[in-house]
Design a binder for this molecule. Structure first.
Ligand SMILES: CCCCCCCC(=O)SCCNC(=O)CCNC(=O)[C@H](O)C(C)(C)COP(=O)(O)OP(=O)(O)OC[C@H]1O[C@@H](n2cnc3c(N)ncnc32)[C@H](O)[C@@H]1OP(=O)(O)O
Ligand SMILES: Cc1cc2nc3c(=O)[nH]c(=O)nc-3n(C[C@H](O)[C@H](O)[C@H](O)COP(=O)(O)OP(=O)(O)OC[C@H]3O[C@@H](n4cnc5c(N)ncnc54)[C@H](O)[C@@H]3O)c2cc1C
Length: 642
């Protein structure tokens, strides 16, 4: 199963080997539980481990393999981030996709050797979503052949970029490029921020940390201002766009090619989200098979809470989602790598499809991951609320994904643009022009669903039902939009008035893609035992998801009430079938105790003894009487007693 999750037996084996090596290297372990550290201590601890990793990485992993590096970071540095999180996630990808060969030769080896630390500085205090209205400017000075970076007012301060505040000395900065008074829109520039020797900010740069956040606090998300700060012309990233010495602008082959670093993260973050969801579920499911509370049959002893159907219903559909996200994520990364290769050689024809797909997936996956993690926390009762479970930290980090890389509503609307264009093709009889991801929009469906009506139909009738609701909602939302415009409404106003319906279409389309990715994977599996376990999970997935969106299929009578009863019964049937496999389905992800950082989710199940040990190690328990008591509470009580 680990081979299915991680992509191959070799990958699963390598992960195991890496974890085993890390287990033998105490210098790479947290020196004390992270929840007991201040933010400064956590940052220090992370930097300490990061430096050792930089030295010893070659002994533990193949540093050229991104999957091994990702695993190493997860184990050693953890999900709260590290001082170089954005260096790997965005800085290097931005340089790789947008810098010319010559620029790459100059900067990439230094970045890869970690001679410099970089980030991606795009979002500003006043604007994040609406990139067209960013306010930082890069004005070309023809006389000196330099760009002058400037922050015209407080809202133009870069705000949020990870590791910008304290760790990075370079950044890819996005600024409006102005040449001879003409604004060419946002472009990426390579900018040195700090002196390489002293790490002091360079003159003309104002920089710092934006303060503590809901989670992810090892990362120093920062602010950055420029006061007429000059960089050479050749620091504009010039793989796709060029500015010649005389100010001549050579435009890129696709208007949005400079957005590729964002698409990179959107494609890769799906597996990251799957891992966080599976981690929280692993903790909650293990704990649920240790925790005993109440009886189902009063004549029997107390049961493990995992025996309760409500507990299973709370956890198992999310287990199925974690697998589904992992499989859909693997497909997306493959597609991204393919499109990136094509893009580098000038073929931009697939960018729109990739953008639409990743926009929808990013939004649905982060939202459902958040839902699943929160359910996992509640499934642990009181102990889930303790930081000893570590689930609240996983939740805080995971839901950041709903916001970064494009706020979810906004990204769903990006997918909706693509769906509406596709709907227009269907309506004008041009279905043959539909891309493969939306081809189903042009296919006539049966008048009613055949779920429960055709024996041994596998998952076909489920997929057709998801296709039907997605198609119907897309065409309905598009009709609403076109109808408003026909009535004379301006395009943008009509769009806003339909946006809730449009986003519903985007969600349904994305959920269909996730179901199909899960079905494709299960169909490929040769090992009969693995196939059987995953088929059960897929049964739960399709039935649970369909029940969740049933109103769309009921409103036009595509599903009947009796079919709905059947679907509901299937959910209960598969909850029971999955129960014996539940812990194993999560243990198969092979998270080590070091990586999970959870007292509740320990592999050995020795929860109570370790909870007590953990509590005793709380800094508050260093003394029996706190100074807050001697200074305030004790005098208050004494006064009251007089
Ligand atoms: C581990 C944790 C790490 C955390 C890392 C987090 C890092 C960050 O958050 S970095 C900052 C991320 N910021 C964002 O994601 C900002 C979100 N905003 C955007 O991406 C854009 O403003 C966006 C896409 C919403 C709108 O862009 P805009 O330029 O205004 O275009 P818009 O007018 O809406 O669309 C124009 C066309 O471009 C297309 N388009 C937009 N983006 C892309 C793209 N990336 N690829 C291809 N086409 C695109 C649209 O589909 C549309 O096509 P059409 O006209 O055919 O329908
Ligand atoms: C943990 C974290 C890490 C980050 N890291 C980085 C980084 O490394 N580099 C970087 O540059 N940035 C980073 N960001 C910033 C992040 O990318 C932005 O916060 C994000 O893109 C959302 O933009 P915003 O803050 O402007 O939200 P807003 O757009 O102000 O969103 C507020 C509300 O307005 C709605 N809204 C906005 N526009 C529309 C619209 N057109 N239609 C409908 N509704 C709309 C949204 O849906 C939302 O409900 C990070 C943010 C976080 C939380």
């Amino acid at each position: 199963m680990a081979a299915q999750i991680w992509g191959s037996e070799k990958r699963a084996r390598r992960r195991r080997e890496i974890s085993a090596k890390i287990a033998q290297m105490p210098e790479l372990h947290d020196s004390k539980p992270l929840p007991f550290m201040t933010r400064e201590e956590k940052i220090m601890e992370s930097a300490r481990k990061l430096t050792i990793l930089t030295e010893k990485m070659g002994q533990i992993i193949d540093p050229t393999d991104p999957a091994e590096l990702y695993h190493l970071n997860n184990e050693v540095l953890g999900l709260e981030g590290n001082p170089m999180a954005l260096h790997g996630v965005m800085f290097i990808p931005a340089l790789s996709a947008q810098a010319s060969d010559e620029q790459q030769a100059k900067w990439l080896p230094r970045a890869l050797r970690r001679e410099i630390i970089g980030t991606y500085a795009q979002t500003e205090l006043g604007h994040g979503t609406n990139l067209q209205n960013l306010e930082t400017t890069a004005t070309y000075d023809l006389a000196t052949q330099e760009f002058v970076l400037h922050t015209p007012q407080i809202t133009a301060l870069k705000w949020w970029p990870g590791n910008l505040g304290k760790s990075s000395n370079y950044a890819v900065v996005v600024a409006h490029m102005i040449i001879k008074a003409k604004n060419y829109g946002p472009h990426p520039f390579m900018v040195q921020l700090r002196d390489e020797k002293t790490h002091e900010p360079l003159p003309g740069i104002t920089i710092g940390d934006i303060g503590p956040k809901m989670a992810y606090n090892i990362v120093d998300n920062g602010f950055l201002g420029f006061n007429k700060y000059r960089i050479p012309r050749t620091n504009l990233l010039m793989r796709h766009t060029k500015v010649e010495a005389d100010g001549t602008y050579i435009k890129p082959p696709h208007a949005k090619i400079n957005y590729s670093a964002m698409v990179h993260v959107r494609a890769y973050m799906l597996t990251g989200q799957a891992i966080m969801l599976a981690s929280a579920l692993n903790i909650a499911t293990r704990y649920s098979s240790v925790r005993r509370q109440g009886q189902i049959d009063k004549s029997q002893p107390e049961v493990k809470v995992l025996e309760y159907q409500t507990q299973q219903h709370r956890l198992f559909p999310s287990i199925a989602r974690a697998y589904a996200f992992q499989f859909a994520g693997a497909e997306t990364v493959k597609l991204y790598e393919h499109v990136l290769k094509e893009m580098k050689s000038g073929n931009v024809s697939l960018m729109a499809d990739l953008h639409a797909l990743t926009s929808g997936l990013k939004s649905v996956v982060t939202y459902q991951t958040g839902e699943g993690i929160e359910q996992a926390r509640m499934a642990c009762g009181g102990h889930g609320y303790s930081m000893a479970s570590y689930i609240s930290e996983i939740y805080g980090v995971a839901i950041g994904g709903c916001t970064y890389e494009g706020e979810n509503m906004v990204m769903l609307l990006q997918l909706a643009r693509y769906l509406v264009k596709s709907a227009a093709l269907v309506k004008s009889g041009q279905s043959s022009k539909l891309g493969p991801l939306v081809a189903y929009l042009g296919v006539k469906s049966e008048p009613t669903s055949l779920i429960d009506r055709i024996p041994n139909s596998g998952f076909t009738e489920y997929v057709k039902t998801f296709q039907h609701v997605s198609k119907r909602q897309t065409l309905k939302a598009a009709d609403m939009f076109f109808g408003l415009m026909e009535k004379g409404e301006k395009r943008e106003i009509a769009w806003n008035k339909c946006s809730v319906e449009l986003n519903r279409a985007s969600r349904l389309h994305t959920r269909l893609f996730i179901v199909e990715a899960f079905v494709r994977r299960v169909n490929e599996i040769a090992d009969i035992r693995i196939k059987e376990a995953l088929t059960d999970l897929l049964h739960l997935h399709v039935n649970y998801e369909l029940l969740d969106i049933a109103s769309y299929a009921l409103e036009d009578g595509f599903l009947s009430a009796s079919q709905l009863d059947y679907i509901r019964d299937q959910v209960y049937l598969y909850l029971g079938k999955i129960r014996p496999n539940a812990v194993s389905l999560l243990d198969s992800w092979e998270f080590s105790d070091i990586e999970l950082r959870s007292v509740l989710g320990r592999r050995d199940g020795n929860v109570y003894e370790n909870l007590f040990k953990w509590a005793k190690s709380s800094p508050l328990n260093k003394t029996d009487v706190l100074s807050s008591v001697t200074q305030y509470l004790k005098p208050m009580m004494e006064k009251a007693r007089l």
